[in-house]
Design a protein around this ligand. Structure first.
Ligand code: 8DG
Ligand code: MG
Ligand code: MG
Length: 144
């Protein structure tokens, strides 16, 4: 039996920061069930990282973001079911343009819902690339 393997894809995800908290959603489909992940998606043809970050956060949470900055990049293999996949994932950070605006579960077929979690007390399990960053002591917050 022959199995088709896709090439590497570019994922882009956003640490949406609020005080000492970040926004996470519990994923329903894609890659794994019931893992907590950042808002984000696939970089589209011609998009800047900042444009992709703003688009994905809006599509998935209804929130408008600002102070969008590049943080880091990871290179990971996953399994989606039995199928191996390879993601280069761009990690950005941003803040909500209106801090009073509440995240909305715009894609209830993909996500159980969004919530703010203290970075020092994150829920489990996290999606693998995020888990690895956290384990490595990565700090998404600005230093001043
Ligand atoms: P799209 O159709 O809206 O472009 O895609 P999506 O359905 O929103 O894509 P996604 O799976 O949410 O994100 C794209 C890939 O980015 C995902 O399959 C694997 C990679 N990825 C990571 N870490 C994270 C993360 O923390 N959150 C999300 N959403 N994706 C992540 O490597
Ligand atoms: Mg997504
Ligand atoms: Mg998306």
């Amino acid at each position: 039996e022959e199995e088709r393997i896709d090439g590497p894809r570019v994922g882009l995800v956003v640490f949406l920061l609020k005080g000492n908290k970040i926004l996470l959603g519990r994923r329903i489909t894609s890659i794994e069930n019931s893992v907590y992940c950042l808002p984000g998606g696939h970089l589209e043809f011609g998009e800047s990282f900042e444009e992709c970050a703003a688009r994905e956060v809006k599509e998935e949470t209804g929130l408008d973001i600002e102070k969008i900055e590049f943080l880091t990049v990871t290179n990971n293999m996953f399994k989606k079911g039995r199928k191996p996949c390879h993601y280069v994932t761009i990690f950005m950070r941003a803040v909500s343009a209106d801090p009073g605006q509440v995240p909305e579960n715009v894609e209830p077929n993909k996500c159980v819902g969004w919530d703010w979690y203290e970075y020092t007390n994150l829920p489990k399990p996290l999606l693998a690339p995020l888990e690895q960053l956290v384990q490595a002591g990565f700090d998404p917050f600005p230093s001043n």
